[in-house]
Design a protein around this ligand. Structure first.
Ligand SMILES: *Cc1c(COP(=O)(O)O)cnc(C)c1O
Length: 514
């Protein structure tokens, strides 16, 4: 790095000055294949010839090869250092501020991991006879009850393994319940602010997604729903607070209108982090709501790891919940499949059981007051960020924000600096960018969800950096447009990376790149 500038009044923030800093690479970013040294070995496999021979016998010779071309040969410390270094090049909530809107990347207390790893839970075989797994059953039942209480609903299924699977199950329940009344509907109303999984789940469940427009203030009006409602509408699927981070103020009237026509209210509960202990979807008139335990109830997520999307319903839909249900017979908890109206099974086993343990531990540790303060602090953080950035990054909606704020800017028209450029520049300051270009109704959106677990100092740092990047964009836009400058990789060609991934290393491909 040649020069550094500092934010006026904040000696804590260093920043690279020129795009040439792109040359600065942290040491040790070589590929593991490039570190190889023939004959070097990290482990002493005494009997390897014999075990190789036996493995080949079992597999058949045609499935065995003598050598793997270009297989790296390294010492044990080389391997350890390589992978530890790689792990630290990643962005993660444990290392960085991670205000990724809609995803609730809050701090996940490691004590919950420790509890999920208790051998009685972690090593429980999925086919263990019920009498020997009573603790696990009891935990699930208690979690179901806690989630019913939190959402104001009557019954909960822990089957769905993700928010999106909860959505699908919920819509299949709508279909099953309507069929039971000899009613066939083809449409589901979805607001234009909806998360992409909502229309996708509709399509998977065999419905047609029909867009309901949010009004200029960013929410769904009862009059819009009144206009769109007809006998072919099975349900409205709405997120509350919606993806603009705005509470849907007409939700009760909307629920009333839907119910009058025999349609249902599906509430996408992925944003429950704004409502804990404050408001219940059940009180808003929801018939069905899914929760994203991996968001609201503090389990690590991202990168496609395990999730959990429990589904909560009102009593009239309880018979349709997926099987198995958990019931008690003669004092013993067990699974029951004897549920003639059930939509059936969504998946085989509870491979994500650890998520349930974490969520239950989190709920118990906080208690009802603690849960309420989670949401109140999440709301406070989002409004603090919004207020302190509003002269540079105005809010997309005049309504007060809940747990996240959606901001806009004029840099695209003013100096051709895009939202993507701003996001990439944030990486140089050691922060994960917010969600960008979502919701789709907001041009160039920055969707910021600070969560309740970040300190005032972290929020102030983020705010200072955002303001600095704004000034940079105006005065020296090339710095922002070519960011990031401080990471092992600069701006990647995302389309090429997705369309032409290089999945197998070859000496020739490495030479090409050098
Ligand atoms: C995250 C999210 C979903 C989907 O949840 P997954 O667990 O990722 O399937 C649905 N709706 C909203 C509003 C979300 O934020």
């Amino acid at each position: 790095m040649t020069t550094t500038d500092k934010i006026a009044g904040d000696p804590g923030i260093d920043m690279p000055a020129t795009a040439n800093d792109n040359q600065a690479r942290p040491s040790g970013v070589r590929l593991i294949f490039e570190e190889t040294s023939p004959g070097r070995m990290g482990a002493d496999l005494a009997d390897s010839d014999e075990s190789e021979r036996r493995a080949c016998e079992l597999l058949g010779q045609e499935h065995c090869r003598a050598d793997i071309e270009d297989f790296p040969e390294l010492s044990e410390p080389q391997v350890l250092r390589h992978f530890l270094r790689l792990s630290q090049m990643n962005f993660g909530q444990a290392l960085q501020f991670y205000p990724l809107g809609s995803c609730t990347m809050k701090y996940n207390p490691p004590i919950n991991d420790e509890l999920a790893n208790l051998s009685g839970f972690a090593a429980l075989h999925p086919l263990t006879p019920a009498p020997l797994a009573q603790g696990a059953f009891e935990l699930m039942v208690r979690l179901e009850r806690a989630l019913a209480e939190i959402t104001g609903m009557d019954a909960v299924s822990l089957q769905p393994a993700a928010g999106a699977q909860g959505e699908l199950a919920g819509l299949l329940i709508v279909r099953a319940a309507h069929r039971k009344q000899n009613r066939i509907c083809h449409k589901v109303l979805i607001p234009d602010t909806a998360h992409g999984t909502n229309p996708a789940s509709c399509t998977l469940a065999g419905y047609r997604a029909v867009v309901a427009k949010s009004n200029r203030r960013g929410y769904l009006s009862a009059s819009e729903i009144r206009q769109r409602l007809d006998d072919d509408v099975a349900a409205l699927m709405v997120t509350n607070p919606n993806t603009l981070g705005i509470f849907e103020p007409e939700i009760e009237e909307i629920a009333y209108l839907l119910h009058q026509r025999g349609a249902m209210l599906y509430l996408d509960g992925a944003n429950m982090n704004a409502l804990l202990g404050i408001a219940k979807p059940g009180d808003m008139g929801a018939d069905i709501v899914q929760l994203n335990l991996h968001k609201t109830f503090s389990t690590p997520h991202g990168g496609g790891g395990p999730g959990a999307g429990p589904l909560a319903v009102k009593q009239h839909l309880e018979p349709f919940l997926p099987v198995p249900r958990i019931c008690q017979e003669g004092g013993i908890w067990r699974f029951t499949y004897d549920r003639p109206d059930s939509i059936g099974r969504l998946r085989s086993f509870y491979g994500n059981f650890g998520m349930l343990v974490r969520a239950y531990a989190y709920i118990l540790a906080l208690g009802s007051d603690g849960l309420e303060s989670v949401s109140r602090n999440a709301i406070l953080s989002a409004n603090y960020v919004r207020k302190r950035l509003e002269d540079r990054f105005p809010s997309a909606s005049p309504e007060p924000s809940m747990h996240e704020c959606v901001l806009t800017h004029d840099l695209e028209t003013r100096v051709q600096v895009s939202t993507l450029d701003l996001a990439k520049r944030l990486l140089d300051f050691g922060m994960h960018p917010p969600t960008i270009y979502f919701p789709l109704v907001v041009h160039g959106a920055l969707m910021i969800e600070p969560t309740e677990t970040e300190s005032r100092e972290t929020l102030d740092y983020f705010i200072d950096v955002m303001r600095q990047i704004y000034e940079e964009a105006v005065n020296r836009p090339e710095i922002v447009k070519t960011a990031p400058h401080q990471l092992p990789l600069g701006r990647v060609d995302e389309v090429r990376a997705a369309r032409h991934p290089i999945l197998r290393w070859k000496k020739s491909s490495a030479e090409l790149d050098h």
